[in-house]
Design a protein around this ligand. Structure first.
Ligand code: C5P
Length: 242
């Protein structure tokens, strides 16, 4: 049994504001957190964030910044100044980039009179298999070891929150305890397809292993009845938590 409370974040990987509104209305109060990634942000930009706020939802802005420190800091300010709860950047952008993003997030809070957005460092994408890491980057280290290094780098740079595969939860909790918040995509209930994800677990296993948040896209948004799918996942989580 896991004593932590795990929240779900639904990945709003849809093309238009109309599709997003349809989904949010269908899911109703079953879902509080939504992830706006590059798909929806590229087509609708800040209008997508304004719409979520109108519905009283919490926003995880997943644009995965990775650039020189000054550019990332400016992008953090421009994308987060209307108020988002969390935003992502790639931990592999390095220490200076992470520090610049965190520092600007603090300033954004003061300058715009909002709660400062929490910087979330993405470690290794859950779509990567061990084989691909070796073939594409010549990475001889295991995915777990690369993730551990990137989490240590994030903490050293002042970060407190990371994205990792649910498979890496046990080693991350063993190494870093509860000092970090861990968000895990790559979640697949037994009844859904894996799609392009590789390092996956079920919602129940992610919760058992100490995920703070689980991100779920296609098993909910591509379901014939998204609300039913979300409720089924929430029930699975609940059974592990209670
Ligand atoms: O549809 P699915 O559940 O696979 O969606 C997962 C979401 O999480 C996608 O929006 C993807 O961009 C995101 N993500 C991921 N792996 C990471 C970081 C983010 O799959 N390491």
């Amino acid at each position: 049994m896991n004593q932590k409370k795990t929240d779900i974040i639904v990945a709003l990987d849809v093309q238009t504001l109309t599709d997003a509104v349809k989904l949010i209305e269908a899911l109703g109060d079953s879902v509080e957190w939504y992830k706006v990634g590059s798909v929806l942000y590229a087509s609708e930009g800040q209008a997508a964030l304004a719409m979520l706020k109108k519905y009283g939802k919490k926003i995880f802005l997943d644009l995965k910044f990775h650039d020189i420190p000054n550019t990332v800091a400016d992008a953090v300010e421009n994308s987060c100044k209307t108020g988002v709860n969390m935003f992502t950047l790639h931990a592999s952008g390095g220490s200076e980039m992470i520090k610049a993003a965190i520092s600007r997030a603090g300033l954004v809070g003061k300058k715009y009179g909002i709660a400062p957005p929490l910087a979330v460092a993405v470690t290794v994408l859950t779509s990567f298999s061990q084989q691909q890491l070796l073939e594409d980057f010549g990475m001889a280290l295991s995915a777990e070891d690369i993730v551990k290094k990137l989490v240590a780098l994030t903490i050293k740079s002042g970060g407190k929150c990371v994205v990792a595969s649910p498979r890496e939860l046990p080693i991350l909790r063993a190494e870093f305890g509860n000092e970090i918040t861990i968000i895990t995509p790559g979640i697949r209930p037994l009844w859904s397809a894996a799609n392009d994800q590789n390092r996956i677990t079920t919602p129940a296993d992610a919760v058992r292993n100490g995920a703070d948040f689980i991100v779920i896209g296609r098993p909910i948004i591509a379901a014939s009845n998204p609300r039913e799918a979300a409720l089924k996942i929430l029930e699975e989580i609940h059974e592990v938590q209670v």
